[in-house]
Design a protein around this ligand. Structure first.
Ligand code: GSH
Length: 221
């Protein structure tokens, strides 16, 4: 069976979990206290980051590389379109969320409010939190604009771009940092993706010391 070294509130780990679940690949989840940088962990991934996936007799790191490997070896159901231009758009949006959204929003809200406490790095920096809360509005507006033109974020079908976005937003929703009233299009998109069987394990996550709001696991939120 596949094994994923992860932490529950990591958008990168969640993106991999969603890909595995969508393709019905059973996985054992092992929580990794990556901040302790234990020798065994660094042997598995010298970069010292999660996710790390054991699959097909290999240890894999870097969520984008992992998701593309899963896609190439298990193409059904597909999370990548066929045409190069459409694949380009999926990759652009995966980077949008994992680079831009991550640095402007996730690191400013989730890492300040949750990761700092879990890893014993003190209290949230209020300027960062304020900047993250401001930036998420612009990102939701951008998603809303995309969804006014497309059924899913990158085009007509659900792709890795939707999983990247949903992975970040679900972590932020766990700490009540998403204003679902800002855009009906984004709320409808999230309701659609949240109701997929692949999302179940993510909605069941519980992080000690951080209780999610009641709407977090509610499909009719
Ligand atoms: N580019 C990496 C980013 C992974 C990442 O930053 N993971 C965080 C947890 S959300 C981590 O392990 N951070 C530890 C560190 O940066 O030392 C990926 O996509 O897998």
């Amino acid at each position: 069976m596949a094994r994923l070294y992860h932490v529950p509130l990591s958008p990168f780990c969640r993106k991999v979990r969603l890909s595995l679940a969508e393709k019905k690949i059973e996985v054992e989840l092992v929580e990794e206290r990556y901040w302790e940088q234990e020798a065994d962990f660094l042997r598995r991934n010298p970069a010292g980051k999660v996710p790390v996936l054991r699959l097909d007799g290999m240890l894999m790191a870097e969520s984008a590389a992992i998701c593309e490997y899963i896609e190439e070896t298990r193409p059904d159901p597909s999370l990548m379109p066929r045409k190069p231009a459409e694949r380009l758009e999926v990759r652009r949006l995966v980077s949008w969320f994992d680079d831009k959204f991550h640095s402007e929003v996730t690191s400013k809200l989730l890492y300040e409010r949750v990761n700092k406490k879990i890893t014993g790095q003190g209290y949230p920096d209020s300027t960062n939190v304020k900047n993250g809360a401001k930036a998420i509005k612009y990102h939701i507006d951008y998603m809303s604009w995309l969804l006014d033109h497309r059924r899913w974020l990158a085009g007509d079908s659900m792709t890795l771009a939707d999983f990247a976005a949903a992975a970040h937003l679900s972590c932020l929703d766990y700490i009540s940092d998403v204003d679902w009233n800002r855009s009906a299009a984004v709320k409808d998109w999230y309701a659609k993706i949240k109701s997929r069987p692949a999302f179940r394990s993510i909605l069941a996550d519980q992080v000690p010391g951080f209780r999610p709001p009641s709407h977090y696991a509610d499909l009719d939120f």
